[in-house]
Design a protein around this ligand. Structure first.
Ligand code: TXA
Ligand code: MG
Length: 354
């Protein structure tokens, strides 16, 4: 299959006639059962018709993803929510009011309109209403319900730009909409509203603190940062090894000075042993590390910058053929919870405390 790439300027206020035509073409590809990758405010998605069971099968095949791992249905109008979800609790409308359109996904009971292939056989459905204007227009042109996992091959870091989508998906999908670099860089927060109190299954840009301003009570799945003693995470996708670079990744936690000394020591030893070494760090320590490849994700005091660069840096280690990687651990307050959740998963929960 030949993957056609179209470029849409992310910053412009209005689509040009050409861009509008490209989005309509993308919409008709999805409506006729094809797959289109597109930008959202979180990461790039791999879109197909959420109401077509064949499209769901094609998404699983293109990603190499186990078919028990359900897809998120993306909508572009609040009134469409009740077509795919039922028995919606009052809290869901409050959450929608506060955070939609935006980087938040709700788990709700599904209606018969959504085929079981889309939800991995579950009787619940994940619903997201993205704020990205390219995503919104594409969903509209596709009939209103687009199933879209992150546009990476299963297990790889989620793509934050078109180049990384094509690295994984070129030749496997019909069209790629290149809308530049995404803004947030980590996937949406997933909140399960079929349980009481509602529970965070995947942390994201919308943090526990933000949700608690709208709901009295919010729980968090204990497995998010590796707790729960081997208990399975409640979002099926969270149980798989994910986001992993090809090199062996270790997260190092401790006071800044000890972490620095430990990482430099381990890296020197790994280099001697013939490894190509990489270090993932914050700008504060950038000049003090020695390795073949030292990558900075931003400032320790700017978690939005760390979120935005994390997946890109993990992919860059692969581009540079790094075989052994050490990463500084991050504070888990606020957005840090999502950052550490992704980093720990990328490391297969291999963390050293020094
Ligand atoms: O930001 C995002 O959410 C991106 C963009 C493209 O919208 N999408 C995304 O999709 O991250 P994906 O498929 O990579 O991750 C979806 C996660 C998986 O962990 C899946 O198991 C979980 O959502 N999920 C989907 N439906 C579910 C359900 N009914 N119950 C529990 N977890 C569900
Ligand atoms: Mg994913």
């Amino acid at each position: 299959m030949n993957t056609v790439t179209v470029r849409i300027r992310p910053e412009a206020e209005k689509f040009t006639a050409e861009e509008e035509a490209a989005l309509r073409r993308a919409g008709s590809i999805i409506q006729s059962g094809g797959l289109v990758a597109f930008p959202t405010e979180t990461v790039y998605g791999l879109g197909g018709d959420a109401l077509n069971r064949e499209s769901a099968r094609k998404i699983y095949a293109a990603k190499g993803r186990p078919s028990d791992n359900p897809l998120i249905v993306h909508i572009c109008r609040l009134e469409d929510l009740e077509k795919i979800a039922c028995r919606i609790p009052e809290e869901a409308f409050r959450i929608a009011e506060a955070f939609w359109p935006g980087p938040l996904t709700m788990i709700l009971h599904k209606t018969a309109l959504v085929p079981p292939e889309t939800t991995g056989g579950l009787d619940t459905v994940a619903v997201r209403f993205p704020s990205d204007r390219i995503a919104a227009r594409l969903i509209r042109c596709s009939g209103g319900f687009v199933a879209a996992p992150s546009a990476n091959r299963s297990g790889r870091p989620s793509p934050t730009c078109a180049r990384y989508v094509l690295q994984d998906m070129d030749g496997r999908i019909d069209m790629m909409i290149d809308g530049g670099q995404v803004g947030i860089g980590l996937e949406s927060t997933i909140l399960d509203l079929t349980v009481s109190p509602p529970q965070i299954l995947r942390p994201g840009y919308v943090t526990e603190e933000m949700l608690k301003k709208v709901l009295q009570e919010v729980d968090t799945d204990v497995t998010i940062l590796g707790g729960g003693d081997g208990q399975a995470p409640r979002a099926p996708g969270m149980k798989y090894r994910h986001y992993a670079p090809a090199g062996d990744l270790t997260v190092v936690e401790g006071s800044p000075g000890t972490v620095l000394a430990y990482i430099n020591g381990q890296t020197a030893a790994a280099k001697q042993a013939g490894e190509r070494t990489g270090i993932l760090c914050t700008v504060e320590n950038l000049g003090s590390y020695r390795a073949d490849v030292v990558k900075c994700v931003g400032s320790r005091w700017d978690d939005e910058s760390i979120a935005r660069h994390l997946f890109t840096v993990l992919r860059e280690f692969d581009d540079e053929g790094v075989t052994k990687i050490y990463a500084e651990a991050f504070d888990t307050a606020g957005l840090g919870q999502a950052i550490m959740n992704r980093l720990l998963k990328a490391a297969g929960h291999h963390i050293v405390k020094v």
